[in-house]
Design a binder for this molecule. Structure first.
Ligand code: ZN
Length: 598
């Protein structure tokens, strides 16, 4: 037979130990044993099909028979080597135990062992698939295997060593052949294709190697097939067609749509051309590749969620033969998994909302129908790709020139015309609630501290610009000392509720005056606030100078008055400005929020 007519698995069958692919530890041990002439009379080679067991057995036989041997480097030219290579050596007896498994076959083999080798120094018996022998055959072989004539060597090969009786295992030197690593197989295929002058796409070779599942013989058989199918130039699409695999570009498209939470029904209908079982396997392989290549879009959390969904789908597929249904469910679950937010993200959002409430706008424009539903105004800046997937619902548009920001809700389709100007819940109520929370937190830390704070620090008011908490202090004696000692902590708690950087202003008062003042209404409290702020004598030395600065709050308040008067006009101008109109067109918003940024 012409060598070019032979299949690749036979044509490129290894003839030397160094040609063995991916079995370096086995070939190294056998080579050393040959060179040191430490040769047991029976070997057992076990491992996956196509991992090189039979090839190694033949190389071993040749090495034992070579005229210059036994050697790990047979000469390849002596008559023994030549006839071994051609598979016609009389002293190398190969037996397939799968087809010759009975006691009669073994008896015949034992008979052979009694005669001297015809030309070489050893008679080598290679028994392939030895686990297929019957129990009687094994028993018949035992005696010979234990004490064969000195010129006899046994090499047993099996894919399933667990099926061998312990008596056989204990009489042989066991070598385990591992599944050949993917990179070794790829390297070997490339080597063969270069010799054969066949061009290829690296992706195609990877697909073929992967489909061989660690068996070199299977891989080379597929390669033979691919060379014919692709007419000389092996491409990834040819290989996927031939093997019935999913095209990698299709898989990329599927996951792109899932990550973007797009409608996946169309792509699912394309995937239905493939077996659902195969799709699940291919998706698993694809995700593994993304994890190894450190693709930023696939963080380990997403891959973990996807992998669980794949596992569940495989289980469902076993229960339910309707692959199409399982496929649709699987893809839908993956889209849902992308939408899930992590606990960290949720905590950040809640923190952000707390800050937003503190910075609540003066006037809010809300459509009537949605007033109850929309309690919190959100502003989300798009920063990282990860956040794009999680928080794309609300887009914020800033207009720094006029000092306002317009938050536009893109989700709802209501008409912008149906809006009313609505006053937010009074700021004072929210700040008072925060104040109560501060007291509660201090009580949780220490009863004395909470009690001192509650009795001696009374809520006076809260200003937004700058964010300042006004507290009436009637603290004296031990309580004053305790509060001062814990001031750093109190400040932290206040910042927790009112936002970082909140200024605290104390107003020293007599306890009697305070009782009277508590009876006054809110307006009068505000009046006092202005008066006291201007009266520096009354402001306690507890004011933190560096935080408060040299400005007078009352002055700022007065300055704000005219602005408030013209605010409504400004608001109307703003809502009808070209910029906002453009934003309305673009986003078709449900709600526009105008915030003051003075
Ligand atoms: Zn030789």
């Amino acid at each position: 037979m012409n060598s070019s007519d032979r299949v690749l698995a036979l044509k490129y069958r290894p003839r030397r130990f160094e040609d063995l692919v991916g079995q370096s530890s086995v070939s190294q041990t056998l080579s050393l044993a040959l060179d040191m002439k430490r040769l047991p009379h029976a070997y057992l080679f076990s491992g996956l099909r196509g991992s090189g067991k039979t090839s190694t057995a033949r190389i071993m036989a040749k090495s034992l028979l070579c005229e210059h041997g036994p050697t790990s480097k047979p000469c390849e030219v002596c008559p023994n080597c030549v006839s071994s290579n051609s598979g016609r050596h009389l002293d190398v007896i190969e037996m397939d135990a799968a087809s010759n498994r009975g006691i009669e076959d073994i008896k015949e083999l034992i008979e052979h062992t009694k005669y001297q080798p015809s030309s070489a120094r050893y008679k080598v018996f290679i028994i392939d698939e030895v686990h297929m022998l019957t129990t009687q055959a094994f028993n018949a072989l035992l005696k010979t295997l234990e004490e064969p004539p000195v010129f006899v060597k046994f090499i047993l090969a099996t894919t399933d060593p667990l099926k061998l009786p312990a008596t056989i295992l204990s009489r042989t030197q066991h070598f385990r052949f591992k599944a050949i690593a993917l990179k070794d197989i790829i390297h070997h295929i490339e080597h063969i294709l270069n010799i054969e002058h066949i061009t290829y796409e690296p992706k195609a070779i990877e697909l073929i190697a992967r489909s061989g599942h660690g068996s070199l013989r299977d891989t080379l058989t597929l390669l033979d097939q691919a060379i014919i199918y692709s007419k000389g130039h092996i491409t990834a699409s040819c290989v996927t067609d031939m093997l019935g695999l999913i095209d990698p570009s299709l898989m990329e498209r599927v996951f792109e749509m899932i990550l973007k939470k797009q409608d996946t029904l169309d792509i699912v209908s394309v995937l239905q051309d493939y077996e659902t079982d195969l799709i699940i396997d291919e998706m698993g392989i694809y995700l593994k590749q993304q994890l190894l290549s450190k693709n930023m879009l696939f963080n380990s959390l997403i891959i973990d969620r996807f992998l669980r969904i794949l596992g569940d789908s495989k289980y469902l597929l076993n229960l339910n033969s309707d692959g199409e249904f399982v496929l649709i469910l699987m893809v839908s679950k993956m889209v849902e998994a992308v939408k899930l937010k992590t606990i960290d993200t949720l905590i950040k959002e809640i923190e952000k909302r707390n800050c937003e409430i503190l910075e609540a706008p003066q006037n809010v424009v809300v459509p009537r129908v949605e007033q109850l539903q929309q309690k919190v105004v959100e502003q989300v800046a798009i920063t990282t790709p990860k956040e794009v997937y999680e928080e794309e619902e609300i887009v914020a548009v800033n207009e720094p020139e006029v000092g306002v920001e317009v938050a536009v809700n893109t989700q709802v389709e209501d008409n912008i015309a149906d809006v009313v100007v609505q006053q937010l819940q009074p700021q004072e109520d929210v700040s008072l609630k925060h104040y109560q929370n501060v007291i509660k937190t201090l009580f949780e830390r220490s009863y004395d501290l909470g009690n001192c704070f509650e009795q001696n620090f009374l809520f006076k008011g809260f200003e937004n610009q700058p964010r300042t908490l006004h507290i009436i202090s009637i603290a004296e004696g031990d309580c004053k000392q305790l509060l001062w000692k814990n001031f750093a902590y109190i400040r932290t708690v206040i910042e927790d509720f009112y936002g970082v950087g909140t200024l605290i202003e104390f107003h020293k008062q007599n306890p009697e005056d305070v009782k009277k003042k508590l009876l006054d209404d809110e307006d009068s409290v505000k009046e006092e606030l202005k008066e006291e702020n201007c009266n520096t004598d009354e402001v306690s030395s507890m004011i933190e100078e560096e935080a408060f600065g040299s400005g007078c709050v009352a002055d700022i308040a007065t300055l704000q008055e005219p602005k408030m008067a013209s605010k409504e006009m400004q608001l109307n101008e703003l809502l009808n400005s070209a910029f906002v109109n453009k934003a309305k067109e673009l986003f078709d918003p449900k709600r526009i929020v105008v915030r003051s940024r003075i």
